[in-house]
Design a protein around this ligand. Sequence first.
Ligand code: RAM
Length: 360
Amino acid sequence: MRKPPIRRTGAALAAATCLALAATACGGTTKEDVRREGGTAAGARTADPGAALEKGLTVGFLPKQVNNPYFTVADKGGEKALKELGSHYKETGPSSATDTSGQVSYVNTLTQQQVDAMAVSAQDPGALCTALEQAMRNGIEVVTYDSDTRPECRNAFVSQASAEDLGRTQVQLLAGQIGHKGEIAILSAAQTATNQNTWIGYMKDELKKPAYRDMELVEIAYGNDDAQQSFQQTQGLLQEHPDLKGIISPTTVGIKAAAQYLSGSRYKGKVALTGLGTPDDMRTYVKNGTVEAFELWDPARLGELAARTAVALASGQITGKEGETFEAGAMGRYTLGEDGVIVLGRPTVFDAGNIDRFHF
Ligand code: RAM
């Protein structure tokens, strides 16, 4: 059961008008609906779990950054799933992970193109809200994946793993590598990134436990998911903190650049490095003794789940409310948690013993 198809009847005109008008003028889900339903933009709609999956839909993928190999793999997973489902895929997005206003314009472009759904990895939790709300008022389903916006600005969020687990386990991994002792630093992505900031929040909380009393977080640096900036930030961290014992980099671009720097320096094997990386990026550094262990989920499965969630939403099987369930093809059945969060699964820890079994 679809929500009122503004987009399907006189869609072009409606979309253009709605883009130009204030929030409540376009009907559909209002902020009041969101408040009443508690959390997401599910509004007053009711899910029909037995609804057939629609075909011929167009789903736009809008990653944080198009030229980031992690998103290339994730979005390919989305493309493959959409093909299987008989729907269409398109991808658009900024080439820099700090181009927040660029991301806003890409949301507006997808809205004007009247896609049926969009899957967005948000560079900033709040910046996209107005544009995403306009998209939803135009009948477009909004799924965030990888990095969320605020719950009321999208229908559902496909999360790579439990954010809390990801934050805490990265600290646990590093602590094990440095004997729970010494100065540590974090090399993050963009300063505004919702996902990295959420994980860092849990890292700080984990570090408060007595087990880490001899570890001190001395700096958080930002490499903006840019290889060169991340490399330079790593160099800077080591210059600033000569006693540094370890670095956590919760970004695939950051951890690869940090590994590259450490590997060619006198800190190789002396300063530990962990975080979130792809096995393909990190294989060399695990084998040459720069990195002991790190973790990640399979980005292709994340993209696939985002695509399948978008189609389930556009087909009316789910609306974004807690407790709704849907079948994600061969991936199995998923249930929406609090605030419309769908968790992909548990990440994998990679080390010399298993890294050759993974190719992404
Ligand atoms: C980078 C991006 C992405 C994050 C991964 C781990 O590619 O910042 O958002 O999930 O790293």
